[in-house]
Ligand binder design. Structure first.
Ligand code: AMP
Length: 627
């Protein structure tokens, strides 16, 4: 009996898989084999029969699919492998997985056949020829009896979720099928549990099988407080953002996902919702990885979205939360993950997202961590709104306590007198103004705090709000610290980033002014990213954006002079490569071009404004340079 190894840091390329399969794995973003894959793939490639004890979620599909695909002769469109599954859903899912892994195997065909689907459709598909069949036992038997399916060329037979097939009463059908396939086939049987009946089937139909079992973690007592949230995949992002909003003592989080691709995708989505976030995966060089960790330590980012391998050994005291966005392969991985919080004597929080079919992990983890995992429901819009109102109230109280407000008392008094409006109304209008970028209400929230009616406020938040999470996060930001040129996707100039496109602003042709933004060459920024961000998020057309000069830790951008306050507000908060631009007008004489003068006059920038500037309206800095 083999149990799975503790770590599987070595990549798929050490397992003996062929190039087309390795390429497909890289495409789907798998970084390292899961424990069951590392143990099963070499055994199956070597031609042994296999008895695997593994649940859904452990990566068992790829564990049997990859070796099976490697043996397929694409030139012969006859069934060379048969996978039996208990349900049609699983049959479809497995067929899809095979299709994905066979992406670089031209002409490959897999056919799911299951009860409930039209026989005519299946007969037609079978007659066209296929390399692999994935089916439920009853329907496979039907086709074998009708002779519409011939298994005389079968090399591999996989029984997936054998205990489920037993539970659903398919075991006799399975035995019948086993008896009607070539004796020299290779057989792999996977089951979450190993009841006697399954062991007997294995004993009768498998030849000296290698037994592989997922090692369960030696139980560890953990101090981290653990919760889980049952949610469907499509709701996870919304659940995550709402939970982060209402969690007490949130400082920083590490969010675990399974694939490299998912680290980047989720980081992008969180960034679009206003979080300071970076992806951490195996594609990052050691230098970039360290930069991400330094930025997390320094507080310039608050969330890291990581794969297990990339986060190995990560030790950052301020990580208050570990989010298991994708469920780990086993309890061992879970214990490793949650060990990233609760450092330096603090108590950490671990939150686990589970799809209904992954709920079995709960008991296993509770046993491994010797602790109860409490249920967490996705906070309602009302709860999120309450939390925002509480935070806003605290800010107001702090300002009243800590700031000198005499001048503003006068302003309010004047408004009361001149406009004949009550202080309460002025305060409400100011609250609206102050929370415009991070509205206090969410659609669907009970309007507990609305003073007059229950209609949604004009500034009610869209489901995916864009805002700075906490005021103190901003204070901690040091944009020129440990800046990293991350391998993130470039922002396309034309595409909006948020969920709704930003309305384009129009400017009367006129003077350009030079603005300073707090991101520069050291942060790896490219002029087109700056143009893209400003165009997409502030709605300033490319033609209204003039020359851009990059310096080490900042840059200058020409934009229409005298931009209105609301636009300046947006420009200050726009993030490029996770740095807030903090845009401000440059003082006269502040711009000093330290670069050696160019020999030829620079080509006219296509982004230059196409209006004619009035003579004599040149900014001072430009006049100086031209003298
Ligand atoms: P399974 O246990 O086969 O149902 O797989 C569960 C999930 O894990 C599927 O979404 C797979 O795409 C994913 N998965 C399987 N193997 C890996 C791997 N080595 N790296 C990342 N994700 C994986």
């Amino acid at each position: 009996m083999t149990t799975t190894p503790e770590t599987t840091a070595a990549g798929f390329d050490t397992l003996g898989l062929a190039q087309p399969l390795l390429k497909a794995l890289a495409d789907v973003g798998y970084e390292t084999p899961s424990p069951i894959q590392a143990a099963c793939i070499p055994v199956l490639l070597a031609g042994h029969d296999l008895l695997g004890e593994a649940q859904t979620g452990t990566g068992k599909t790829a564990a049997f699919a990859l070796p099976l695909l490697q043996k397929i002769d694409l030139k012969r469109a006859v069934p060379q492998a048969l996978i039996l599954t208990p349900t049609r859903e699983l049959a479809i899912q497995v067929a899809e997985a095979l299709q994905k892994y066979a992406h670089h195997m031209p002409g490959f065909h897999v056919l799911p056949i299951y009860g409930g689907q039209s026989m005519v459709v299946q007969l037609r598909a079978l007659s066209r020829g296929t390399h692999v069949i994935v089916g439920t036992p009853g329907r496979v038997m039907d086709h074998l009896e009708r002779k519409s399916l011939a298994l005389n060329n079968l090399q591999t037979l996989v029984l997936d979720e054998a205990d489920e097939m037993l539970r659903m009463g398919f075991i006799d059908d399975v035995k019948w099928i086993l008896e009607h396939t070539p004796a020299e086939r290779q057989t792999a049987l996977f089951s979450a549990t190993m009841p006697d009946v399954i062991r007997r089937v294995a004993h009768e139909h498998l030849r000296q099988p290698k037994e592989i079992k997922i090692r369960s973690a030696t139980s560890t007592v953990v101090t981290t407080s653990q919760s889980y949230c049952q949610t469907h995949t499509g709701q996870k992002l919304e659940a995550l953002t709402r939970i982060l909003e209402v969690e007490d003592d949130f400082d920083a989080a590490i969010v675990f996902v399974r694939t490299k691709t998912a680290t980047v995708e989720l980081a992008d989505k969180l960034e679009a919702r206003g979080y300071s976030v970076a992806a951490l995966n195996g594609d990052l060089t050691q230098g970039l990885r360290e930069q991400v960790i330094e930025r997390l330590k320094a507080g310039t980012i608050d969330i890291v979205v990581a794969t297990d391998v990339a986060a190995r050994g990560l030790d950052v005291a301020r990580i208050s939360h570990v989010i298991n966005y994708d469920v780990p392969y086993d309890t061992e991985a879970y214990v490793h993950r949650i060990g990233r919080t609760g450092r330096a004597g603090r108590t950490g929080r671990a939150i686990l997202f589970l799809a209904p079919r992954e709920m079995y992990m709960l008991k296993l983890i509770e046993r491994a961590t010797k602790q109860k995992i409490t249920a967490l429901t996705m906070p309602t819009p009302g709860e999120v709104a309450n939390r925002r109102v509480a935070q806003f109230t605290q800010q107001v109280v702090d300002i009243i306590k800590g700031e000198k407000l005499d001048f503003f008392f006068d302003v309010v008094r004047r408004m009361e007198g001149e406009q004949d409006i009550a202080a309460r109304e002025i305060a409400a209008a100011l609250a609206w103004l102050a929370t415009r970028e991070r509205p206090l209400q969410m659609p669907g929230a009970n309007n507990d705090h609305a003073p007059r009616d229950a209609a949604p406020a004009a500034n009610a938040v869209a489901p995916a709000p864009t805002f700075e999470r906490k005021p103190d996060f901003k204070a901690r930001s040091k944009p020129d610290e440990g800046a990293a040129a991350e391998p993130r996707r470039e922002r396309p100039v034309k595409e909006g980033r948020g969920d709704t496109p930003v309305a384009q602003r129009t400017f009367a042709p006129g003077q350009l002014a030079r603005y300073r933004i707090e991101i520069g060459r050291n942060q790896g920024v490219l002029p087109k990213e700056i143009v893209g961000a400003i165009a997409n998020e502030a709605g300033i057309a490319g033609k209204d954006i003039g020359q851009i000069n990059l310096f080490d830790d900042y840059s200058s951008v020409e934009l229409p002079a005298g931009l209105p306050a609301d636009l300046m507000d947006i420009l200050r908060r726009i993030r490029v490569r996770q740095f807030a631009l903090k845009t401000r007008v440059m003082e006269p004489g502040e711009f000093v071009d330290t670069r050696p003068p160019r020999k030829a006059p620079p080509p006219r920038d296509s982004r230059k404004p196409d209006w004619k500037k009035p003579a004599g309206a040149r900014p001072e800095w430009k006049a100086k340079r031209e003298r």
